[in-house]
Design a protein around this ligand. Structure first.
Ligand code: NAP
Length: 277
């Protein structure tokens, strides 16, 4: 597996939450701070990034990307047109866009010259190096671009590559929005505990630690979720009774409906951003 050369220059367009998680990950992985540059809008952000990471920060987009082999687009999707229009990227540059909903075709239109573009959809646990990113790059892109993007994105967690760009909408629905489903289920479990007589703080703690403990079992054992569930579901037991109630309430269909709603929203957002051009 190719790794990112620690002395390759990486430019970030945007220095907010997502850029910070990637920059932090790159520095932890041994990337030299002097080879990282960040462009932001305000002088306060320039100072914040310099102090926090020791990286070169600027409000000048052209200075930021000059000589960079990899450029990470990490501004809000609706800010991207202003940032990219008129920006000159050297031939051979790899642009990794983490901007939700922005399609490659839209990015190409704004960029004029067409670098290799990788689309990536991280999720918020990336802020703790525990994210999972869905990523896509067009089949004609050089293999080195995929290896470089993979190495960069892995500093924020795991990366799953998808074979068609529209599948990024499914990634958005599943893992992009997924942390919210987990938080919602934690809330629901705690509320159900309160309805059974537990005090709110105890119910919240039981729900939170049960889910994080179960997540640890999944990641530490490497055993799939269905098998782990079967292992804790004794015939005629309490878990079996609860799971049967969830299945008969059609929990699976409810989640399918939820993910379809998220995909529909992601497509609409992609259409709206494409119409900005
Ligand atoms: N946060 C997440 O968990 C997450 C997950 C998946 C995808 N994403 C994607 O990641 C992207 C960034 O999200 P975020 O949460 O990191 O946003 P954010 O915290 O709001 O950061 C946006 C950054 O862009 C900079 N910026 C805005 N306009 C600019 C301009 N014209 N020139 C230079 N810099 C400019 C801002 O500069 P100032 O600091 O000076 O304002 C700020 O540093 C979004 O497209 C989002 O869809 C985020």
């Amino acid at each position: 597996m190719t790794t990112l050369s620690h002395d390759s220059t990486i430019a970030f367009l945007g220095g907010g939450n997502m850029a910070a998680s990637l920059i932090g990950g790159l520095l932890s992985a041994g990337h030299a701070a002097e080879n990282l540059r960040v462009a932001v809008r305000g002088a306060e952000s320039v100072e914040r990034l310099r102090l926090r990471f020791g990286v070169a920060a600027t409000t000048q987009l052209a200075d930021c990307v000059a000589g960079a082999g990899i450029v990470v687009l990490a501004v809000k999707p609706q800010q991207a047109a202003d940032v990219l229009r008129g920006l000159q990227l050297a031939p051979g540059t790899v642009l990794i866009s983490v901007a939700a909903g922005l399609r490659i075709e839209t990015l190409r239109r704004w960029l004029g010259a067409a670098p290799t573009i990788v689309r990536a959809m991280p999720n918020t646990p990336a802020l703790f190096g525990a994210g999972v990113t869905g990523a896509y790059l067009p089949p004609e892109a050089p293999a080195t671009a995929k290896a470089q993007a993979d190495a960069l994105l892995r500093t924020a967690g795991a990366t799953c590559w998808v074979e068609r760009e529209e599948l990024i909408d499914a990634v958005t629905a599943l893992s992009g929005s997924g942390p919210a489903y987990y938080f919602l289920l934690t809330e629901i479990l705690a509320e159900a505990g309160v309805s059974l007589g537990l005090d709110a703080a105890t119910a919240e703690q039981l729900a939170r630690l049960t889910f994080t403990g179960a997540a640890t079992m999944l990641s530490e054992t490497g055993i799939d979720a269905a098998t782990l569930r079967a292992q804790v579901t004794s015939k005629g037991g309490t878990t079996e009774a609860a799971v049967a109630a969830l299945e008969s309430a059609d929990l699976r269909r409810i989640f399918q409906t939820a993910l379809v709603a998220a995909v529909d929203r992601a497509r609409l957002r992609g259409d709206e951003l494409a119409a900005l051009a």
